[in-house]
Every structure is written in C-alpha cells, then in structure tokens.
Design a protein around this ligand. Sequence first.
Ligand code: FES
Length: 57
Amino acid sequence: MIVCFCNALKEKEVRGAVRGGAHSPQKVYSKLGCKFQCGQCRPLAQRIINNETATAC
Ligand code: FES
C-alpha cells in the first residue's frame, strides 16, 4: 500500500523505518530520505507508527 503519494513511500518502508528507530512521522520520512510535501499522509503515517510500536512489545 502506498502511504505517501508525494514521495511514493510504501507502508512496508514506513514500518521498516519505525523498526529502525524512527518513532515520529518526521523521523520516519527523514530516515527514508524525504520530507513532507502536501502533508496529507501524516495521519496515516502516524497510525502506522502507532500500530508498529504497539505490536513491537
Ligand atoms: S502524500 Fe505524503 S507529503 Fe503528500
């Protein structure tokens, strides 16, 4: 699933960045070498981060 259309980020990449220690949307995008543009994906990115951190325990 595509999370961010502006940066063509896939859910798998976002989850990988969270597992790599990025626990905020800004840190995830930075780790993936991009940044927010339109910002519409921010709520979805945050939900994925929350889900990934909740299941990591
Ligand atoms: S959809 Fe992610 S910044 Fe636009």
